[in-house]
Design a protein. Structure first.
Length: 485
């Protein structure tokens, strides 16, 4: 082999090894915790809720804003001064009439008659109106700019800010429990699928052993037929039994590949990764305590804690709804940084206090208060319902684990008896004292007993995993299993 060929072969072998991954139960669980997308998604959601909670803490602090603007008017802003102009003209016209009347009387003449005064007034008013332009005044340009800093400080909000902070704290606590609940579910699935693969591997081993046994049976049958110890039709039965064993082997291989693909998806690892599980499917005795399990489950339950936080939110929402009947009081301040072409020049700064009190809101606050009260009642009832469901789940898992353990112990004895019976029948068949169908039937009984044994053990572990999940002790289950495996 040339050097380039050796180099390529080394690369191929190393690449194959890099995609092979041996997993213990604990390493598989750690991989699921770090890689599973549902866990990572819920973790991001919990982190977002944490920052929302932090944001609500700052509602008590003032809000400082920079306010700026540009305004363009359709035409220049003016003030109508026509009434001022009329008063001005009227005063001057009357003054002219009175002056002329006094001058005439001072010269010895007669006073002006009313008609003369009116004529003289109209003439003077017309002259003054023509002499003076319109009094309309421009008070602003069409474009003007402004900029400033405003400060708003809540003084009294009727408990709204405290309530919103409490709701944010509860929502953050809920997000943490949802993350814990999701983690528990994914870990539970990872353990169950781990056991599923181990189960299918043992089933596959059993199917391979069955194929070998049926191949041996066919060989022995052919030999006995050739020696004319048994009739030739026994060979057909042996061939049919071998074909059935091969079919079951193919199905077992497909089941194992399906389970491996599902596990890779759960662990979020490449589909071309070769998974090798290091654990054997063996029985491990666990101590089962129903009463203690119920107490631990009620104390740990994420769902119960979530409902408790929802109850706290309902109580807080009730307080917030009632605060709608109270006024909101703010301290305000403003500093003008820039003004140009404004119609009114405001002072450079100002401070004050504002109050907003809704005296009518269309029964909005009444309905919100009622809704919050109903939510309090609903969460209170839900606590009892959840506790009952937990106790029932504990009882079911406990009884299922006990029953499965009993079935496993019984099927283990049955399996040993069936193997001994099959060996005896096979020995008698080799001397022509048994039929081929009796050998096949005996082997099927061995297969059925073995499969029942493995299924009972699998069901036993599934029930235990559910029990330990309810107690919040999945890590303890993993430790106990690996210490004795």
């Amino acid at each position: 082999m040339t050097k380039p060929s050796v180099f390529v072969l080394i690369l191929l072998i190393s690449s194959m090894v890099s995609f092979a991954q041996e997993l213990t139960l604990s390493s598989a669980i750690n991989l699921a915790k770090n890689q599973n997308l549902r866990i990572r998604t819920n973790k991001k959601s919990s982190e977002a809720s944490k920052h929302n909670y932090k944001a609500e803490k700052f509602n008590y602090l003032p809000t400082v804003s920079i306010v700026g603007g540009f305004t363009h008017l359709g035409e220049e802003l003016r003030i109508d001064m026509s009434s001022v102009q009329m008063s001005f003209v009227d005063g001057l016209a009357n003054q002219n009439v009175n002056t002329i009347d006094l001058v005439k009387q001072g010269a010895g003449g007669a006073p002006l008659t009313p008609d003369q005064k009116e004529t003289l007034y109209n003439s003077s008013a017309t002259t003054l109106n023509n002499l003076y332009p319109d009094f309309d005044a421009r008070v602003a340009y069409q474009d003007y700019f402004m900029a400033g800093v405003t400060v708003t400080q809540p003084i009294f909000m009727g408990g709204k800010l405290k309530g919103l902070n409490s709701v944010a704290a509860s929502e953050y606590a809920i997000s943490q429990q949802l993350y814990q609940q999701t983690s528990d579910l994914i870990i539970q699935r990872a353990i169950i699928q781990y056991f599923t693969i181990v189960l299918f591997e043992d089933v596959l081993k059993a199917r391979k052993a069955s194929v070998k046994a049926m191949e041996k049976h066919e060989f022995n049958t052919t030999k006995l037929v050739e020696q004319e110890i048994i009739p030739s039709y026994h060979k057909l039965g042996a061939q049919a039994a071998l074909a059935g064993a091969n079919t079951k082997l193919t199905l077992a291989e497909n089941d194992l590949q399906t389970a491996l693909s599902a596990y890779k998806n759960l662990l979020n690892i490449p589909v071309d990764t070769t998974i090798i599980l290091s654990s054997d499917f063996k029985y491990v005795a666990f101590q089962l305590e129903e009463e203690q399990s119920a107490e631990k489950s009620l104390a740990y339950s994420p769902i119960l804690k979530i409902n408790s936080q929802n109850q706290q939110i309902a109580n807080t929402n009730s307080s917030i709804a009632k605060s709608g009947y109270l006024p909101n009081i703010f301290a305000i301040g403003e500093v003008q940084l820039y003004q140009q072409n404004l119609p009114v020049i405001t002072p450079p700064w100002m401070v004050g206090v504002q109050m907003k009190w809704d005296i009518y809101s269309g029964n909005k606050h009444v309905n919100r208060t009622r809704a919050a009260k109903l939510m309090e009642e609903q969460t209170s009832m839900a606590s009892t319902l959840i506790a009952n469901d937990i106790n029932l789940a504990i009882k079911n898992s406990y009884n299922k684990a006990k029953n499965s353990r009993t079935i496993y112990e019984s099927e283990t004895k049955t399996f040993e008896l069936m193997k001994a019976s099959f060996n005896a029948i096979q020995k008698q068949y080799s001397h022509g004292l048994m039929k081929s169908s009796e050998v096949v039937d005996a082997h099927l009984l061995v297969d059925d007993a073995h499969l029942a044994q493995l299924t009972a053990l699998y069901t036993y572990y599934i029930a235990l995993v559910e029990l330990y999940k309810l107690r919040g002790e999945l890590n303890e289950f993993i430790t106990l299993y690996e210490e004795t495996n």
